[in-house]
Design a binder for this molecule. Structure first.
Ligand SMILES: Cc1ncc(COP(=O)(O)O)c(C=O)c1O
Length: 379
């Protein structure tokens, strides 16, 4: 069968097979109790996820985009403020900034890890001070592919320059740096539980984590129309609540997250060993960082040819992300042009994401490796 020969990029049906009976039980319970919004499953998941991350508290919300937007709002980022982030991320990182009424600017990334680089951030902070512009209110490092940038360096800058630090941890469930997990490394962090993430819901979901009880209390209020008590609205919020059944699914899956991440790391280690010296260059994982291995991304000049070659051999691949945000059509009015952020642009033209998941079998991994090596031999 053709299907058996294909190595899918992700295999969500297979990922969820083991849970089918438990998921059915959750649905029956929800139908029996009628508890669809809030309640013990949401509170239980929030406590367990905060504990897992090592943050004091957690607020479940509707998506990773909601998490970023409500974290920024709760930290007081709004109209008149400017937020600094990287151009090589999913658009939600900056959508959230625009949605709170703030402006954003980009800083280029480290060429090998493609992560935010404190050295370049500091240059930009100094330039901002020199021009007499209002200092950046917040900085959002993105833990791209599940790799955490130098958060110690960024925290030191945040103390010195007085900006707020928010982790975009949407790809970094279980990733760590310096022994601390993503979600516990800044003023607040945003997670996505989009189905394909390392911890995914069966639909849309997200969470904010923070050591500040006040930030989490404000996010909980904002996600529920600014009300703490029914029909008494402290401020204008939105509807960005985490569904009770999604919270129950996530609680079950959270118990397996570490095992899944270990499997992802083992697959990545096999890729690393196989590709060493071939010219197929894996994105650098910074020293001292434990990656979540959400994505396994390589760089090479002949990226499009490799993608086509793998496609012909039944190996599905992805691009994360092919166009940096400063060159996206929707931001054309900002005047971004090629050459503005050379490292992000260089990476966008050369990156390719290979299949990685807890479900990928050794045989499938072998097939990916053999196809990449065959291509590298020819190229
Ligand atoms: C880096 C990054 N930020 C933000 C998001 C937004 O998350 P969601 O799709 O749950 O809104 C994602 C999810 O794709 C992401 O990968």
């Amino acid at each position: 069968m053709i299907h058996e020969q294909v190595v899918p990029f992700l295999d969500l049906p297979r990922h969820h097979l083991e849970f089918a009976p438990a998921f059915a039980e959750i649905l029956s319970r929800a139908l029996a109790t009628g508890q669809f919004i809030g309640g013990p499953e949401v509170a239980g998941f929030e406590a367990e996820f905060a504990d897992y991350v090592g943050a004091a508290q957690c607020a479940g919300v509707g998506s990773g985009t909601d998490a970023l937007r409500l974290a920024l709002a709760a930290l007081g980022v709004g109209p008149g403020d400017t937020v600094l982030t990287v151009p090589n991320t999913f658009i939600a990182t900056v959508e959230a900034v625009s949605q709170v009424g703030a402006a954003f600017e980009f800083v280029d990334v480290d060429p090998l890890s493609v992560l935010m680089d404190p050295g370049q951030v500091e240059d930009q902070l100094k330039a901002q001070t020199k021009t007499g512009k209002k200092p950046f209110k917040a900085v959002i490092p993105v833990h791209l592919y599940g790799n955490i940038p130098d958060m110690e360096g960024l925290r030191e800058l945040s103390r010195r320059y007085g900006f707020i630090l928010v982790e975009d941890a949407c790809q970094a469930h279980g990733a760590a740096r310096g022994g601390k997990r993503a979600g516990s490394l800044a003023d607040a962090a945003a997670f996505s539980f989009y189905p394909g993430k390392n911890l995914g819901a069966l639909g849309e979901a997200g969470a904010v984590t923070s050591t500040s009880a006040e930030v989490i209390a404000t996010v909980k209020c904002l996600r529920d129309h600014g009300q703490k008590q029914k029909y008494i609205h402290r401020f204008e919020g939105t509807n960005a609540r985490l569904d009770a059944i999604q919270a129950a699914f996530l609680r079950l899956k959270l118990a397996r997250l570490e095992t899944w991440n270990v499997r992802r790391r083992a697959v990545a280690a096999r890729y690393d060993a196989a590709f060493a010296g071939t010219g197929v260059l894996p994105v650098l994982v910074p020293e001292g960082a434990t990656p979540s291995r959400h994505l396994y991304v390589v760089h090479l000049n002949e990226r499009d040819a490799l993608a086509a070659f793998l496609g012909e051999r039944g190996v599905r691949t992805g691009l994360h992300y092919p166009i940096p945000l400063h060159l996206q059509p929707c931001y054309a009015h900002r005047g971004g042009k090629p050459g503005d952020f050379p490292n992000a642009e260089h990476s966008a033209a050369r990156l390719l994401s290979l299949p990685i998941s807890p479900e990928i079998t050794d045989e499938q991994t072998d097939k990916v490796i053999a196809a990449v090596l065959e291509f590298a031999g020819r190229a």
